[in-house]
Design a protein. Structure first.
Length: 625
């Protein structure tokens, strides 16, 4: 499941996944030896926090709204983060080094030809209504995604290669593949209770928000929800890994980010993530405040500019009103060349980001790609002007005019809650104006409607990338296009290219870590040259919390990472209330309270298939995980 920034901005399903956690041959072969384990210690004693009821409540201020509480539809970072708290996945990512660890499955084994994978489902996981969670629930979840288009919107890319999924027994799940698939220990799909969800009719319209509490088996149980106001979850005392230390977690929506920061100062909220990061000014203003800690670490996101190359359905029907000038690669590359990334890093992010290059952030060093010197589309307005001339958009006075006599005017979708979008929009208007290109910046609370309708030219975009990059790569395949015009879909910006699809299929079937990484880099090289996705920056995760409410909390990576929008539930599950008698975890892990403000590049050691690799950093606005 990915975490995305609001529709196509990718703020994305996180859709809101640091290193390959399952694609390597080493991992595939070692998977069989994975032993059930608890990376963290037992829950610490609970103590009341400033709540009259005696409950300890951790309140998280967020700038984003929930797009859906259905894990089959959720794409925004907040929504997918909530899904991770509500439902268990087959596997999870270790917070120390991101290798695959047991989730609902205690171990997983491939057949010799790697076409059949057998998962042992734990016997100590129960749904919050008391029923046992079994392999049948997992089989039903995957089969529903495989057979119901409405249920495949968020996670359909994970099952396109599935041939058959069965549950021979309550603790045995068998997945048969059409071809080898390197992501079998990184299936980021929330497993839902069959006895509840089999009663749902139209999955494309069911938002899972009609009856509370919602039945789940994750570390928290969702108890209440108000649109654009809050999401409330209580601790699952029967969670197999151990009960969370806080009795309740509340995600409270603030449309004004400064108001969220003010609420943190007053102690009205425990934690603030921004949209999803605090601005440099907000972070600086909090530094030194009593009882407030600013955490900055490497993020999983990229901040990008996505073009609309022509909205289309899977059967090739065109729709939308995107500017046809963007069908020309020369025009797209000219836009690349007329963006001064260094100025954006220095002036907008004020050093709390790294210049964008490839599609995968440098935090995931195994897949991180950089263009060669000859390939680089650096800031070069003069070359951009030449490309526009070659494309037939000549200067007429102070405007670029096409062969049809119409001026080259573009629109860009902007997230109203993201100050970075607005600030960068002003720069683009200035830079492109000098080239003779007109620009209208449309800042909206919800960009999904025009985005899915294909009624835009460009959009600020951003996705939370998972340790395994398959999901974010898959959103640019032809298979991700919508079946019907203007319907929400898995696509990011309607890209459909046979060469890219061929590389995607090749990387998915490659178990050798190095070989797969090379294919993924080829895909990024193609994406860069195409000009469809202009990766501007990898922003750091900048967030803050009250130390008089939160005693300790786990970052991911633990050594120097983020708290909000993790590849798992570690932060909120591990958080210890201030005043608690114990400092939390003491088994095989420990809680970390973060890093210092000002980190631009961090080195973290990650394990991938037995090899140690070094790396760095992070990005955007409402996120498609």
């Amino acid at each position: 499941m990915v975490e995305r920034v609001p529709p196509p901005s990718a703020q994305p399903r996180s859709r809101m996944r640091i290193l390959l956690a399952s694609g390597a041959a080493a991992l595939a072969l070692a998977a069989a030896s994975v032993v059930p384990g608890v990376p963290f210690g037992a829950a610490a004693p609970q103590q009341a926090q400033a709540a009259d009821s005696g409950k300890s409540t951790l309140t998280v201020a967020v700038a984003q709204s929930v797009d859906s509480l259905s894990p089959f539809l959720a794409q925004k970072l907040l929504s997918t983060s909530v899904s991770r708290l509500m439902y268990d996945f087959l596997t999870n990512y270790d917070p120390k080094d991101n290798h695959a660890v047991p989730g609902l499955a205690t171990k997983w084994e491939p057949s010799a030809d790697k076409l059949t994978w057998t998962y042992t489902i734990r016997s100590n996981s129960k749904w919050s209504d008391g029923q046992q969670a079994t392999a049948e629930d997992a089989a039903w979840t995957f089969n529903k995604i495989m057979t119901d288009e409405g249920a495949a919107q968020s996670n359909g890319s994970f099952v396109t290669n599935f041939k058959k999924v069965t549950a021979p027994s309550p603790t045995k799940l068998v997945i048969e593949l059409k071809e080898p698939q390197a992501t079998m220990a990184a299936l980021d799909v929330p497993i839902v209770p069959k006895h509840v969800w089999e009663k749902v009719g139209d999955f494309s319209k069911f938002n899972n928000d009609t009856k509370f509490p919602i039945v789940g088996n994750g570390p928290f149980i969702l108890t209440d929800y108000k649109v654009d106001q809050y999401v409330k979850l209580k601790a699952n005392k029967d969670f197999w890994r151990g009960s969370p230390k806080f009795d309740e977690v509340v995600f409270k929506t603030y449309k004004d980010q400064d108001a969220a920061v003010a609420a943190l100062r007053k102690g009205e909220v425990s934690f603030v993530a921004g949209s999803p990061a605090l601005t440099p000014a907000q972070a600086a203003s909090l530094k030194g405040d009593e009882n407030i800690k600013v955490n900055e670490g490497p993020g999983r996101r990229f901040f990008a500019l996505a073009t609309n190359p022509g909205a289309q359905t899977k059967d090739g029907k065109k729709f939308g009103n995107g500017n046809k000038a963007l069908l020309d690669q020369k025009v797209r590359q000219a836009l690349f060349l007329s963006i001064d990334r260094k100025t954006i890093i220095d002036k907008v992010f004020q050093g709390h980001a790294v210049e964008g290059k490839g599609y995968i952030p440098p935090r995931f060093s195994a897949y991180y790609w950089q263009p060669s010197a000859s390939q680089t589309l650096g800031y070069d307005p003069a070359k951009a002007a030449q490309l526009l001339d070659q494309a037939g958009y000549k200067l007429k006075g102070d405007q670029r005019v096409g062969k049809d006599g119409k001026p080259l005017d573009l629109r860009i979708l902007c997230h109203a809650t993201d100050p970075n979008d607005k600030a960068i929009g002003k720069y683009l208007k200035e830079w492109w104006g000098k080239l003779g290109i007109g620009l209208k910046v449309d800042c909206l609370d919800d960009v999904s409607v025009p985005w899915y309708a294909g009624e835009y030219d460009l959009a600020f975009d951003g996705w939370s990338v998972n340790p395994d990059p398959d999901f974010v790569l898959g959103i640019h395949t032809c298979a991700a296009l919508p079946t019907k015009a203007k319907a929400s879909a898995a696509t990011d910006n309607f890209i459909c290219d046979k060469k890219y699809d061929g590389l995607y299929k090749k990387q998915l079937a490659e178990y050798d870590t190095a070989k797969r990484a090379d294919i993924v880099k080829q895909m990024q090289s193609w994406m860069y040259d195409s000009g469809y996705m202009n990766i501007i920056a990898y922003p750091n995760a900048v967030e803050a919390y009250r130390t008089d409410q939160i005693k300790s909390i786990t970052t991911m990576p633990e050594a120097a990472g983020n708290i909000y929008g993790q590849d798992g539930y570690w932060s909120w599950w591990s958080a210890v209330p201030a005043g608690s008698g114990s400092d939390a975890d003491s088994d095989s892990g420990s809680s970390s309270t973060g890093i210092i403000i000002g980190i631009v590049a961090v080195v973290v050691v990650l394990a991938v298939g037995g090899f140690l690799i070094t790396r760095r950093r992070r990005t955007t606005a409402d996120d498609r995980e």
